[in-house]
Design a protein around this ligand. Structure first.
Ligand SMILES: Cc1cc2nc3c(=O)[nH]c(=O)nc-3n(C[C@H](O)[C@H](O)[C@H](O)COP(=O)(O)O)c2cc1C
Length: 222
């Protein structure tokens, strides 16, 4: 698959088929993640593979709790729409991946002293490599952030100095949606490209950026 095709057809996947990922496929995906750039070549990413149904059930319980709280931020029709959304595939996905950043380096990380957040940002780049490589392999990835981090840390026995960055569901998808789900249901739309590009000073837009290439998807009722 061509890189641009992988970028544009990558989706956050929440519906999975019950089919294991072969070891060689998983190794290629993790190897792609491991070849991401990192500040000072620190390679801070760590991948905790979770296959146990018991652990996934515990994580799913944490999701239910956090989701009950999250829905309270909305009301009326917006809350109804929120409730209709499937926002995780923790139990359906045969593999869950907790992605971590290890900050326990004994020496200062080259390049990270003035911007320590670049360590976690490097781990995010590994996640994006993983997400794109998975897409090229026909494997779906869904990011679940509706989880209480302290409870998840306790459940997974994360030591001090190891930062929780992401919780991912990984597996073969029922399908790759053509459009982001949140766009299709009318939750949010993709911003025009020209709205996110400035020139020389924040807020001043260049004259020559075309408006975006994507036609909006048909709206569904969710
Ligand atoms: C940091 C991060 C956290 C996310 N958390 C969730 C989540 O908890 N549940 C969910 O359904 N999607 C989650 N997503 C997926 C986004 O909703 C999705 O990327 C966005 O709507 C665009 O859709 P697409 O990835 O299919 O293009 C998350 C994505 C990112 C990058």
């Amino acid at each position: 698959m061509d890189l641009y095709e992988a970028i544009h057809s990558r989706r956050d996947v929440r519906r999975f088929r019950n089919e294991p990922i072969p070891d060689d496929v998983l190794e290629r995906i993790l190897s792609a993640a491991h070849h991401a750039p990192s500040v000072g070549f620190s390679q801070p990413w760590r991948f905790l593979l979770i296959r146990s149904e018991e652990t996934r059930r515990e994580v799913h319980r944490l999701f239910d709790e956090a989701n009950r709280q999250a829905r309270e931020a909305y009301s009326g029709e917006r809350q109804e729409l929120y409730d209709s959304l499937k926002l995780e595939g923790i139990l359906e996905a045969p593999l869950n991946l907790c992605v971590l950043s290890d900050h326990r380096s004994s020496s200062p990380v080259l390049g990270a002293q003035s911007m320590p957040e670049t360590i976690a940002l490097s781990t995010c780049l590994a996640i994006q490599n993983l997400w794109l490589a998975a897409r090229a392999e026909g494997v779906g990835v869904g990011w679940v952030s509706i989880l209480d981090p302290a409870s998840l840390r306790r459940l997974l026995a994360l030591p001090d100095g190891v930062e929780l960055v992401a919780y991912l569901c990984v597996g073969y998808p029922e399908s790759f949606l053509e459009w982001p789900l949140l766009e299709t249901v009318g939750w949010r739309h993709r911003l025009p490209l020209r709205d996110v590009i400035f020139e020389e000073r924040f807020g001043s837009q260049p004259a020559d950026v075309s408006s975006d290439e994507d036609a909006p998807p048909p709206r569904s009722q969710g």
